[in-house]
Write a protein that binds this ligand. Structure first.
Ligand code: PHE
Ligand code: ZN
Length: 859
């Protein structure tokens, strides 16, 4: 076995495609084992007279090829394993190719494949070349016309992009359908789905008065479980009209849910394809976290229609142009649907856990990189989440009104085009008259800037001097960094509230601000920095514990209040894990419990206050990182909190859960607090906790509480909750999404042995990404003490599975391997074991996607 090392693609090598594809006519004769694809391209030369026509194509069996009706002689073209090259072509011509592909053999889930006996496609970023020969790059935009035929009994519903046209019967029980997409699009937005579905239908009237037919296609029997996704879709459509003035632009909008899918969902024009995990939900089978994820992903894909589809990326280096912007849009949608501060805190938890870790490790890259090894590996927290933060900073710096003006100009100026980050910022330069050159460094420099804050109170003059310094650490390939503009919302606080509030943009390496306080201020005020987490930075402050406790009490910004608690909690976990302190500090636990009880009127916020940072969030705090010690310390603090809150918990759980069930924010908040109490019961020293949890599990009326109770019960029983786990399995064995939860619950609470048992379970399926992730990613990302076990047992448990998954599905294999990105900062034993594992994997033979991750991790 040989591991292929991918060649690097460079942004600076960009050249426009030398031909325009004016029209694409596709004919699909669908058959799982042998699908025929006929492609007719109307081509016109736009580049040099001598340019050859080079079309991407992978794994295609070419059956015929002709230009303007003339079959091409084999000497006129060359077919490699990646391309079809025709050296000499006229300036304008029609190219027809016929190829054959085998969807049933497609385990990579890229291109045309089968899922649950149905056809579906995934073309971003480079799947279309696995369907037919084509310039498979986002800057080639064309109008697509699709004719498709399949066996009518097995595949009664035939879908593609755009609007439906003629349908009819054929011989041998086959039927056909025509779809036309009037909007020019790049090939990565092409989609085709065919099969037998149950359909949940609705309609929407746009602000222009157009009537849109909405339909969500799901597994037989699942239609009612699409109701929340439909509701989310309609709210997204309204929100984009009201917030950005953008309406939907086709007569139909289709969603198809598929079980086997590499990512969350895909924004294909007029035909979004979703991982079924992000479509199907009802109170019995889905948790509030699922409902929330569905709402935001449905919105995300819908918002792509303008930010991604109508205006797309010139090349894949510009991925954040559509992803960062669209994440920013979906985060704001969710904030409008729910509680803005709670949404912000959740977004920051995610950013810190995933993006900060990525930015600090060997896989660090800039939001708009200038090279990549494998494009599939560029769908990262940095491109998505940090990309979203950059738009947030832009909006804060110029204000909502100019932001909206700039967006309007962007939509107007670039509609129908494939553009760059520079084009995007030009629109904002034009509406503000400002220069964003320095700001765009955020797109070019990897690494999380660290801002150090120093304060100096001068009692004689009632002045406070605040010095801010920034420094971005070196990252692979970028040893030296320049200062970036960092917008910081600031405030000065005393016991009464805000003394002052302002925004500082830290543009240079450092700045000193002097604020004069009224004579009545005799004590140094508290300095509140980066309120609402205005900038994606790490703050470095040497405050005393007393100052931090005062901060918890005095903060007027909900994000910073939560963060003040987090900072104290992190310090406590570190102290406990390093043995400098044997037991949790009672004053801290009391303060924490007090903050929770005080927030009871905002139960979602109270629930967040009880959430202790995960082990992984602690890795960046002090190195080398000892996952086992951190986990033990975290648990100690958690059980002390459980003990302190036992009365509050009994009271909270003693009330009935809200009924009838509603997935909206209000009820979800109440359940979040109840669930938080259930989590604490899992580590409670109280002798009756296990029985209480068993009762909560048995009597739960919704999956949120049932799953939380089962998990906490498993934790409380030290993994010996077999009977309850068996009960859950017996109830849900026929529901794959619920079974994913059953697998994940055990993978996150068990050890290496658990992983082996789960992988040997008959329902473990290497071909289903959700199932593989529910075991492997759940274990490697959410059970760090077991994954990073010093004896290497955690690594061994997943090694074989990852290798096998990678053989079938490189995108999946590579994604799973990112769990190793932090190996270098681990304590020596785990570090050595992780390195040995990575080297073994490397020599075992990996896909080029996986090899790219491993090579950079070892780098
Ligand atoms: N473009 C998709 C999204 O952000 C993500 C995706 C990428 C899905 C690649 C599939 C393949 O919504
Ligand atoms: Zn997206």
């Amino acid at each position: 076995m040989r591991t292929e090392t991918p060649v690097s693609v460079q942004l600076s090598d960009y050249k426009p495609y030398p031909f325009e594809i004016e029209q694409v006519n596709l004919r699909f004769d669908l058959d799982p084992d042998a699908t025929k694809v006929r492609s007719e391209l109307k081509v016109r030369r736009t580049g040099g007279a001598g340019d050859a026509l080079v079309l991407d194509g992978e794994g295609l069996t070419l059956r015929s090829i002709s230009i303007d009706g003339q079959a091409l002689d084999a000497s006129c073209y060359e077919q490699t394993d990646k391309a079809l090259i025709i050296a000499s072509v006229p300036d304008a011509f029609t190219l027809v190719t016929e190829v054959e592909i085998a969807p049933s053999q497609n385990t990579a889930l890229s291109g045309l494949y089968m899922s649950g006996g149905r056809f579906c496609t995934q073309c971003e970023s480079t799947g279309f070349r696995r369907i037919t020969f084509y310039p498979d790059r986002p800057d080639v935009m064309s109008a697509f016309h699709v004719w498709m035929a399949a066996d009518k009994a097995t595949y009664p519903i035939l879908l593609s992009n755009g609007t439906p046209g003629e349908t009819g019967e054929l011989d041998d029980g086959r039927h056909y359908a025509v779809w036309d997409d009037p909007h020019k699009k790049p090939s990565y937005l092409f989609a085709l789905c065919a099969g037998d579905y149950d359909v949940y239908r609705d309609s929407f009237t746009t602000m222009n008065g157009d009537e849109i037919a909405l339909a969500i296609h799901v597994d037989k029997g699942d239609a009612e479980r699409a109701a929340w996704a439909m509701d989310s879709l309609k709210r997204s459509m309204t929100w984009d009209e009201q917030t950005y003035g953008r309406a939907y632009d086709l007569g139909v909008f289709n969603i198809v849910a598929v079980r086997d899918f590499n990512f969350g969902a895909m924004e294909n024009k007029g035909l979004n394809v979703f991982n079924s995990a992000y479509v199907l939900a009802d109170e019995a089978t889905a948790t509030d976290a699922d409902f929330e994820a569905i709402e935001s992903i449905v919105a995300h894909e819908y918002f792509h229609n303008w930010t991604g589809n109508r205006i797309t990326c010139r090349d894949w280096f510009q991925l954040c142009l559509k992803e960062g912007l669209t994440v920013f849009r979906d985060q704001n949608f969710s904030a409008d649907m729910r509680s803005r501060p709670v949404q912000r805190i959740k977004d920051v938890i995610r950013l810190r856990a995933r993006q900060f870790a990525e930015d600090a490790g060997p896989l660090a890259h800039s939001v708009r990189p200038d090279h990549y090894g494998s494009i599939d590996n560029l769908y990262t927290a940095t491109v998505y989440e940090k990309g979203a933060e950059l738009i947030g900073m832009l909006r804060r710096m110029i204000g909502e009104e100019l932001y909206r003006k700039g967006m309007d100009l962007y939509f107007e100026r670039h509609d129908g085009q494939a553009v760059t980050i520079e084009d995007f910022y030009k629109c904002f330069e034009d509406v503000t008259g400002e220069d964003f050159t320095q700001f765009r460094l955020w797109y070019a420099q990897a690494g999380t800037p660290e801002v150090t804050v120093e304060e100096n109170w001068k009692p004689e003059t009632h002045e406070i001097e605040i010095t801010l310094k920034q420094k971005t650490p070196a990252t692979p390939g970028q040893p030296v960094k320049k200062p970036v503009p960092i917008p910081l919302e600031m405030a000065l606080l005393d016991e009464e509230g805000n003394l002052a509030e302002w925004t500082t943009i830290l543009e240079d390496e450092d700045v000193t601000l002097t604020m004069e306080m009224p004579d009545t201020v005799t004590e140094p005020p508290l300095v509140s920095v980066n309120r609402d987490f205005t900038a994606p930075i790490r703050l470095n402050r040497s405050l005393t514990r007393e100052q931090r406790l005062a901060m918890v009490r005095m903060e007027t910004d909900p994000f910073n209040q939560w963060d003040a608690v987090q900072t104290l909690v992190k310090a406590e976990i570190l102290a406990l894990s390093e043995g400098s302190q044997a037991e949790p500090d009672d004053a801290l636990v009391t303060a924490l419990a007090g903050a929770v009880e005080q927030a009871v009127d905002d139960p979602a916020f109270a629930a967040l206050l009880t959430r202790l940072p995960e082990v992984g969030e602690m890795f960046l705090e002090r190195q080398p990182a000892d996952a086992v010690a951190l986990n033990a310390a975290r648990k100690k603090l958690q059980s002390a909190l459980a003990a302190k809150l036992s009365g509050f918990s009994a009271e909270t759980l003693g009330k009935p859960t809200p009924a009838p069930f509603d997935p909206g924010a209000e009820q979800a908040g109440i359940r979040a607090l109840r669930t938080a109490m259930i989590v604490l019961l899992g580590v409670s020293p109280d002798a009756g906790a296990a029985d209480t949890l068993r009762g909560l599990y048995d009597n739960a009326t919704n999956m949120t509480e049932r799953l939380a109770a089962l998990r906490a019960y498993t934790v409380q029983k030290g993994g010996k909750a077999n009977e309850a786990l068996a009960d859950f399995e017996a109830t849900w064995k026929d529901n794959p999404l619920v079974m994913d939860k059953w697998f994940a619950l055990q993978a996150t609470t068990g050890d290496a042995e658990t992983i082996k048992t789960l992988a040997a379970h008959p329902a473990f399926d290497l071909r289903n990404p959700n199932r593989v992730r529910s075991v492997v990613a759940a274990f490697t990302m959410q059970n760090l003490a077991a994954f990073h076990a010093p004896d290497g047992s955690g690594y061994q448990a997943v090694e074989e599975i990852i290798l096998k998954a990678d053989k079938a599905n490189p995108a999946l294999g590579a994604r799973l391997l990112t769990a190793f990105e932090q190996w270098r900062i681990l304590e020596p034993q785990a570090k050595a074991a992780a390195e040995a594992t990575l080297k073994r994997l490397q020599s075992a033979g990996l896909s080029s996607n996986a090899a790219d991750i491993v090579a950079r991790a070892l780098g």
